[in-house]
Design a protein around this ligand. Structure first.
Ligand SMILES: C[S@@+](CC[C@H](N)C(=O)[O-])C[C@H]1O[C@@H](n2cnc3c(N)ncnc32)[C@H](O)[C@@H]1O
Length: 276
């Protein structure tokens, strides 16, 4: 026994170390999955999102031209849902080409900017979580748009699958769905994880990406010039790692025909039509 004791002890230490690392990993994973997207937008990104995007009129016209050139025009009920509408690039564009739009987002700052951007266009603004899209079935949408990488903000692949099923459930027959999203299958490593997003005389925005198996941690690092000098403001949130082929597969399995699958401004853009 005396001979075995040290071995048992050293195994215990190794075992305890492993247990400790597993617990840490579990806690970290848990924190990561709970990282609150809404809180990130409410306390941080929502305050400078429109600055980050740049010239609204220019981007809005580009979006409008894209919808027209891809036949996303009124053909049935004339109702479009814009999920994760932000400050309105897609909502304004859809309304300008004749849709009555229901713009849904959970960030009040961006919705207040959307309200200014829509002027007197037919856009109904709703502050809600897009996970509850089924609530909007009675509107009979012929088009659902979820653009600007919003779909990756959903908690995980299961939630994305459920979201697509719910969209399918409320779309009119032959209705169309547009998703634009980033393909995060290729993990950035080392210095490449730091992406300079935008800067001017008073602000510098850097995005840092940390990749995990099924998700990535996005840290938006903003430096703001104040009277007291440069201030750093930091907030992180979690995105789901998806890739183009898994979204296409999901859409096809759920009963969509893929009409367009292309890259526009470094975003995968998929337009699909509901078959039945
Ligand atoms: C990357 S922005 C895209 C905004 C806009 N579609 C565009 O292209 O500029 C994502 C938007 O989705 C909203 N969002 C993210 N997850 C959401 C959720 N679960 N429910 C409602 N809005 C959500 C955010 O508040 C934000 O306005």
């Amino acid at each position: 026994m005396r001979f075995l004791d040290p071995i048992v002890n050293s195994n215990d230490i190794t075992y305890n170390k492993i247990l400790f690392i597993c617990k840490l990993y579990h806690i970290f994973e848990k924190d990561l999955s709970n990282m609150n997207v809404k809180e990130h937008y409410d306390t941080h990104l929502g305050n400078f999102y429109s600055w980050m995007v740049g010239d609204f009129d220019l981007k809005q016209k580009e979006q409008q031209n894209y919808f027209i050139s891809h036949n996303l025009t009124v053909s049935d009920t004339g109702i479009a849902l814009d999920l994760g509408a932000g400050h309105g690039l897609q909502s304004v564009s859809l309304a300008k080409i004749g849709f009555k739009v229901i713009a849904i987002d959970f960030n009040e700052q961006l919705l207040s900017e959307l309200k200014v951007n829509i002027l007197d266009l037919p856009v109904e603004i709703v502050c809600d979580d897009i996970k509850f899209v089924r609530k909007y079935a009675k509107a009979n949408p012929e088009l659902i748009v979820c653009a600007g990488d919003t779909i990756t903000h959903l908690a995980d692949k299961n939630e994305i699958e459920q979201f697509i099923k719910d969209c399918a459930g409320i779309l009119k027959k032959n209705g169309k769905l547009l998703f634009s999203f980033r393909d995060y299958s290729h993990a950035l490593t080392g210095d490449n994880r730091f992406i300079p997003v935008k800067s001017d005389e008073t602000k510098i925005l850097t995005c840092c990406l940390d990749y995990f198996e099924d998700r990535l941690l996005v840290t938006d690092l903003l430096h703001v010039k104040t009277d007291a000098g440069w201030q750093q403001r930091v907030s992180s949130y979690s995105k789901t790692r998806i890739n183009e082929s898994s979204i296409i597969e999901l859409l096809e399995n759920i009963g969509f025909n893929i009409l367009v699958n292309e890259t526009v401004n470094r975003m995968n853009t998929v337009i699909a039509q509901k078959l039945v």
